[in-house]
Design a protein around this ligand. Structure first.
Ligand SMILES: Nc1ncnc2c1ncn2[C@@H]1O[C@H](COP(=O)(O)OP(=O)(O)OP(=O)(O)O)[C@@H](O)[C@H]1O
Ligand SMILES: Nc1ncnc2c1ncn2[C@@H]1O[C@H](COP(=O)(O)OP(=O)(O)OP(=O)(O)O)[C@@H](O)[C@H]1O
Ligand SMILES: [Mg+2]
Ligand SMILES: [Mg+2]
Lengths: 223, 223
């Protein structure tokens, strides 16, 4: 599981300092589906970035199966991100010079037991758009390529930052089913930042942030 | 008003051709608040980009108060975009090397009767973040700077592409009230692409796209 203690992140210094996370304590069990809610600016992306090894905290620790990610050197961080984490970024972060196919393949080529690229794109309804570049795709299509890229590596940990922000409700529902389905088969731990109302009922747990702290943590016993 | 006839946009050629818009006919009255819905990939952003003078159609026309925007030369297009249209982009399109203040000022400095920069940022709850760069702001904060930039010029036409996609429901509601309020005071025509359920009831009209065509066009007589 994830064991998070005293997680703190402060940007800038002095008067300009912004406390993005102010001491987060959480334990998240393996295979749990956690929904993370909270107002704009409350620290959700910062939290996900630290768990995914993309950023370092100012204080506190994050242990996954006993290993403290926040103390990893560059090589271990790279391995953590590459092998264990599927990350769906709030701004997709696709490589603009690669097609949709190539963006997914970049990740599956180095994975231990990946999904075929076509299967991942098929799952998000983009089987026919593989040869297009991100600039030739709509906002929601780019987001779906980012999702395909994350699920294709069959990760142990799936960190999703607003994975359906650009999608209409029918496409959102389909994409969420795919995400949850893949996660269940891999017994992956999923932490999903989302405003999508439909997901909270199927989550095991709903955590609410406010101003960099946990305001509420509700276990859902009837998902 | 906007008078749109036979608006068509085809990307690519031959087998790879994608028909993003397949003959759109619409008339939108001055001061109308139109919500534009439709599945991912149905042509909403393409439509907005053409109306905003950011893209040209393959066929058809768009007349605004009698002038055909699709026949404008570069100079008239620049003037149309700069003076008459406030555009909130699906991917924000902020200048990464300018602070939030400077991003808004860039637009107000050349406007005829702009809002003060501080007032625009205040309206979206970011009065204290003006000195930060986009990379130092959360997703929802970047989106709100993009909104401040669009309303600050007090445009005749407000084209909003998912303006609340990255915002939690409380912040969304506040931002939508601000947008509608500014539009009403300026008697601006608003075309808003959004999945946000809360806005359809206050719109004058809800238009639904599917596969590059108008599938439904419902006037709301009790907004
Ligand atoms: N440069 C391009 N080359 C090829 N196809 C393109 C290009 N730009 C857009 N498209 C396609 O045109 C169609 C309409 O795109 P558009 O961005 O207008 O959709 P949208 O309704 O805004 O979708 P979303 O809700 O996902 O943002 C999509 O299928 C998209 O992939
Ligand atoms: N490099 C930075 N310098 C200063 N402040 C920063 C920086 N990066 C993030 N912040 C601030 O940290 C706070 C938390 O940001 P974060 O992106 O985690 O919020 P969020 O909950 O994901 O918001 P949203 O829902 O808008 O995406 C915000 O106030 C943001 O402006
Ligand atoms: Mg965020
Ligand atoms: Mg779009």
């Amino acid at each position: 599981c994830f064991e998070i203690g005293g997680l703190t992140k402060i940007y800038g210094e002095g008067e300009a300092a912004v406390a993005a996370l102010r001491g987060i304590d959480l334990t998240i069990g393996d295979g749990e589906l956690v929904v993370l809610l909270g107002p704009s600016g409350s620290g959700k992306s910062t939290f996900l970035n630290i768990l995914g090894g993309l950023d370092a905290p100012s204080a506190g620790h994050v242990r996954f199966h006993g290993a403290d990610i926040t103390k990893f050197d560059d090589r271990d961080l790279t391995r953590w991100r590459r092998d264990s984490v599927g990350f769906i970024f709030q701004s997709y972060n696709l490589m603009p010079g690669l097609t949709a196919d190539e963006n997914v393949r970049l990740v599956t080529e180095i994975a231990a037991d990946p999904m075929p690229v076509s299967e991942a794109l098929e799952a998000v309804g983009l089987a026919k758009r593989g040869k297009h570049f991100p600039s030739e795709l709509s906002g929601g299509e780019q987001q779906r390529v980012a999702i395909a890229r994350a699920i294709a590596k069959r990760p142990k940990v799936l960190l999703c930052d607003e994975p359906t922000g650009a999608l209409d409700s029918a496409t959102s529902r389909r994409v969420l089913e795919v995400l949850v389905d893949v996660a269940r088969r891999e017994q992956a731990t999923v932490i999903m930042v989302t405003h999508h109302q439909g997901i909270a009922p199927i989550a095991d747990r709903v955590i609410r942030f406010r101003d960099g702290q946990v305001e509420e943590d509700v276990r859902n016993d009837n998902p």
